[in-house]
Structure formats: C-alpha cells, structure tokens
Design a binder for this molecule. Structure first.
Ligand code: 9MR
Length: 469
C-alpha cells in the first residue's frame, strides 16, 4: 500500500504539471504492454462470433491492442476439431493461430479431454475402455501435433472433478471417466507431452477459487497435482476458471492460497476464465458504486496475480458485455472489462491501476525469456525430442512382463537372446537401463514413481507402464 500511495502521488503531480503529455501517454498505455513488461500474459477469448465474422470491428481492434494471450471460446474443443471419427477440422483453430502470430499473441489450447462438447460418435463407444483410450490418444496426437510450436499451453483436462462437498472425480456424465477411469487423465497428460514436449500442460476447473478446506474441490486438485508430480506426469499448470459473482469477495484471497499451495509443487496457477457478474436482470439498475465494486474485485485479482510469482496468465472469458456466455446461460450479467458499446468500464481502469502499482522490477515472472518472446513457429521437426509413449503395445505373441516388488519378470524371450531393459520416466526421459538375465531384471535402484519400461532384444520388444513402490 505504501508504494501504491507514493506512486499515485507522483502520477498525480506529473499529471497536473503536464496534463497534455500525460494524457497522450495514458491513451497509448495498454494493459497488454504493462503485463508484458512484468513478464505476464493478460488475455481473453476470441468469441465464436469472431470466428464467424459476426462481430463488430471494435472487437478485434481492442483485442489485439489490449491482450497478449488468447483462447478460442469453442473452436478447439473436441466436437469442433474432430466432428467425425478421425476426421479433423482445424480451419477455425488455424484462423486463430494465424491471427495470434500476426499480432504476437500467445495461444492457449482449450480443451483436450473434457466430458462436455464431446461429439456423439464418441458416445457411441461408451464403456469400451480400449476403444476410448485409442480415440482419446488419436485425438490428442492429431490436434496437439497439428498445433505443435503454435499453441503454447493446453488445457489437457478440463472440469474432471465433481461438485460434491467431498470432492472426487466426476464419475457420471463423463464418457472418459465412465469408460476408462481416472487413468484417462494421466494418459492425456503423457500423450499431450509426447505430441508437443514444449507445450505447457494444465489441469483446468471451476469452483477451485473457493478455498482449500479439507474435502474441497481445490484441495482435491492440489492432492492430484501432488500425485502427478510424484509420478512424473508432465503437468506444469493449473487453471482456475473463476466465473464468479460480485458478492464473492473472498475469492481473490482463495486464489492466492491456491497459488501458494501450487508453488510448493512447482506448478503455475493461471486465471483462465475470469468474469465477475451481477445478478441477471440488474443491468438497468446498476450505478457507479456497483461498477466501482466490480472494479475493486477485478483489481484484487490482478493484485494477487502480480504478487504471486507462480502465476502466469490472467485470462477473462470475454472482452465485452455485448458478447458473453453469461446472459445466455447463467443468471449473471455485465461481467467483463468493456461494456456493450466497447467502452472501458471501471474494471478496466482498476486492472490497469493494479498493473501500474506493481512496478515491473518487483513482479517476478514464472517464464523464461524463450516463453515470453517465443520464436514464431518452430516447425514440425525442431520442437523438442521425441519420447516413448505410454500406449497399449501389442506384445509379440507369448511375451509379457510383470513387476513383483522391485523385480521385473519377463516371459517369452527366446532362450539365448539377451534382452535389454530400459526404463523411462513419464516424460520419456531415459532413467535406468539394465540387462535381463534369467528372465528377470532388478529395478531396485529406481526411485518410487510411475515409469514406462521397455524390454527388447534383437527380434522383439514389449513396453509397459509400471509403478515402483
Ligand atoms: O462460452 C462457451 C459457450 O459458448 C458454450 O456454449 C459453452 C458450452 O459448454 O462453453 C462455454 O465455455 C465454457 C468453457 O469452455 C469451459 N468453462 C466454462 C465456460 C463457460 O461455460
């Protein structure tokens, strides 16, 4: 607070001394530039109306001027990208990527494994585990490889936790969970990493801005992140959607607590879908103090965002109140930074004020320079190493491996043919190698965790996921 006061005094003094100059500067100042100087990303969606060329020209003007990270409202979801089995449609996603590249904007990919917006053809395979695993893997491989080096970060899994008081996986109305089990999440992360080893990989959910009480959705997510990290599942970030209402005054501090819990696990927290709505129907009666209150809440989120070193992206689910999912589907309204006429609301000024009150020299960035200033397109070949996949390998007939304690038993290796055992972590990095002697290999030198083991000789090879305990 001391700094905020002294800074605003200086700004006020300068404004009085040279008002014309200050105003010209102020007009040029953008939240995008301020965020960038602080090593952070601020962004919003491209609404479906943008993809359909059915949006006012102001939308794009403001969008590229004020934001440096973007996400498609619906166009990268499963039903949009694979509308029929193994038939992919990248037209709209490509349009967004082109726009982002032309304007130096980072792209978030939303979303790979989600129970919602799954096309009907997938539901035809309900309950068929092997088939669903193959479908999910094929989807991820195709979509993520197509956007390799162009989409910086994926919501690998979206909304997989239920809304119960004692949170757990969402076990109903989810074709993935019901058919595959919780294993679909681990596999989705591993496959996404395989398809683009440089992309950041997020778990994204709503209602995790409600605090870390025991049994809460947020605590459940933190526990899963712990497990993933322990097992070397390549998760790098959590997204808190944060669709809230004006009355939800405690949420910024809850987000702070979540950021701190994830910092312990070396995971970034991003705000991915922020909107702060008023009750539906209230739009006509809202006054200056209501909008100031909304601004105050936005500012608190931005304060938390800038003060927590493991927060990277501040993304809102819409730019203007003229185009928002809220009016159509939820009992909330007027939740964004720009009003229906594209005029900045007090919330916009508050976000900017928060950015200015946190000098760049004091804001830490969770990103290295290669992420803050990425190469435009690293091409298909040069974007990282290829890694071994976890997949249902078809073992050569009669060959199998089984782990008992720390000993790997191998059957079906032809006598006299020496076999080699290679162990990889879940990110595909070679971790351990040994020989398979007398049909067994000792893995006691490996730390606890999830791995992929490959046993091979000159004529055969088998690969399996193992858990070392
Ligand atoms: O804004 C999206 C809206 O147009 C779609 O009809 C809806 C369908 O589920 O999805 C909306 O976006 C959601 C996002 O993908 C995931 N988190 C909640 C968002 C708002 O519902």
């Amino acid at each position: 607070m001391r700094k905020i006061h002294s800074l605003s005094r200086i700004a006020l003094g300068a404004a009085i001394l040279g008002a014309g100059f200050m105003n010209a500067n102020a007009a040029d100042e953008t939240i995008r530039e301020l965020a960038k100087e602080r090593g952070r990303f601020i962004g919003t969606i491209l609404n479906s109306e943008w993809f359909n060329d059915a949006i006012e020209p102001e939308f794009e003007e403001i969008h590229k001027k004020q934001f440096n990270v973007v996400v498609a409202e619906n166009e990268m979801k499963f039903d949009a990208t694979e509308p029929s089995e193994n038939v992919f449609n990248f037209e709209k996603g490509d349009k967004m990527v082109e726009y982002a590249q032309a304007n130096g904007i980072r792209v978030r990919g939303h979303a790979l494994a989600w129970h919602s917006q799954v096309p009907n053809w997938v539901n035809n395979y309900s309950g068929q585990k092997e088939k669903l695993l193959a479908i999910l893997k094929n989807h991820i491989m195709n979509v993520v490889r197509h956007y390799k080096g162009k989409v910086a970060e994926w919501d690998v899994v979206n909304e997989a936790v239920n809304d119960d008081y004692n949170a757990d996986w969402r076990s109903t109305n989810s074709v993935w969970y019901e058919g595959i089990g919780a294993e679909f999440l681990d596999s989705a992360f591993v496959w996404t990493h395989e398809a683009d080893p440089n992309a950041e990989l997020c778990y994204n959910d709503y209602s995790i801005e409600w605090g870390l009480r025991e049994g809460s959705k947020a605590s459940f997510v933190v526990e899963q992140v712990k497990r993933w990290k322990k097992n070397n599942i390549p998760i790098t970030c959590v997204g808190t959607q944060t669709h809230i209402e004006i009355a939800h005054e405690t949420t910024p501090q809850n987000v702070r607590a979540l950021a701190k819990a994830l910092a312990e696990l070396d995971v970034t927290l991003n705000i991915t879908e922020l909107d702060i709505g008023f009750p539906n129907g209230s739009a006509g009666s809202l006054g200056a103090s209501d909008y100031a209150k909304q601004g105050h809440l936005y500012r608190q989120f931005m304060d938390v965002f800038l003060e927590e070193p493991n927060m990277g992206e501040f993304v809102m689910w819409g730019l203007t109140d003229a185009h928002s999912w809220l009016d159509e589907q939820q009992g909330k309204t007027q939740a964004l930074l720009f009003d229906k006429q594209y005029k900045p609301k007090p919330a916009f000024d508050s976000v900017m004020a928060s950015l200015k009150a946190h000098p760049a020299s004091e804001v830490k960035s969770p990103y290295p320079d290669s992420i803050l200033n990425p190469p435009k397109d690293c091409g298909d070949e040069s974007c990282g190493d290829s890694i071994i996949a976890i997949k249902k390998f078809i073992a050569p007939k009669g060959m199998s491996v089984q782990l008992v304690g720390r000993t790997l038993f191998v059957t079906g290796i032809a006598a006299g043919k020496a076999a080699k055992v290679d162990v990889f972590d879940m990110q595909g990095r070679p971790t351990f190698s040994t020989k398979c002697e007398k049909s067994r290999a000792d893995l006691s030198a490996i730390a606890e965790g999830l791995y992929v083991v490959r046993v091979s000789n000159s004529s055969a090879s088998i690969v399996k996921k193992i858990s070392i305990k």
